[in-house]
Design a binder for this molecule. Sequence first.
Ligand SMILES: *Cc1c(COP(=O)(O)O)cnc(C)c1O
Length: 367
Amino acid sequence: MTTIDETAAVKPLEFAVTRNLQAVAPERRAEILTNPGFGTTFTDHMVDLCWSTGGGWHRPRVQPYGPISLDPAAAVLHYGQEIFEGIKAYRHADGSIHTFRPDQNALRLQRSARRMALPELPVEYFIQSLKELIAVDGGWVPSGEDQTLYLRPFMFAKEAFLGVRPAQKVAYYLIASPAGAYFTGGVKPVSIWLSEDYARAASKGGTGAAKTGGNYAASLLPQSEASANGCDQVVFLDPDRNVEELGGMNVLFVKKDGTIVTPSSESILPGITRDSLLQLAEDRGHTVERRPVSLAEWREGVASGDIVEVFACGTAAVVTPIGTLKGEGFEDAQPQGELALSLREELTDIQYGRREDRHGWLLRLDA
Ligand SMILES: *Cc1c(COP(=O)(O)O)cnc(C)c1O
């Protein structure tokens, strides 16, 4: 195998573009974009790249969106060697299309890849894949309030081999799905079920910090338990009864003195939304603490009034206030404050180009 020179500039890829001859008609697309929902309709094209040991990254393509043909022995179907990302494209008032901190998603995809023994996609290729898709499907970026084009990059082991080892053939894909406002009729607080019996990932040495499908598969049963208990979402604890996250969103606590505390451990997926909100809060003079937070600290903090606001965040919903924490034998109403929604507004203003991007977080995709 050749050694990779990390300092060498990555050569831009030459994508072979095959246009979709059955692309959705502009009138029908406009109709879909008026009420796109989430994750149900997809754009006309997708991007894919192959990787193999020895061959590296090759065969960059933009092709019509459609089913993937896989050998039934493809390793991902048996051993779950898979990772993904979630990032959005925003249409600004002048019609231009931007994305938010794509370098961070690219680097996180690389960290997830390392943990799941998958190859690391160069940051440049990740960003190029977004631009290539927007070049053909830019018309799918909606312009309505709080609407986005949700971009879903993912990578999986496609080698047909039932032996257990890292796959020697891998595919990277990028698909996109128009998304409406997550909350129709205003942001409303969610209720959270405290899972006592299940973890989404092991607290030490596990895969919690990787964005990998298995963590989500592990969260589905506790999520059903949450629904059965009348809750919208589930929150996970580690074995020391420290708060982890919701399984798709990070959790933040606002203290009476303005300090924002967020759980930090190797079993939590470090969210880019969380990182960005905390940066905006620090810019406003808030102190930020990334450290373990026990369930006792949460419940006692709410009871004593030391915690004045609790919210969750992630790319899909941006910010969600937590209204209730419910568990076996208890139900704690959560205090409601202004900070979560004010940070949400500042962040989305930056994303949609309504406010100065002072941290240089936006990248234009259509130029
Ligand atoms: C993606 C994800 C998040 C949120 O991360 P963002 O970068 O803010 O979208 C939180 N938890 C888990 C488990 C995730 O997969």
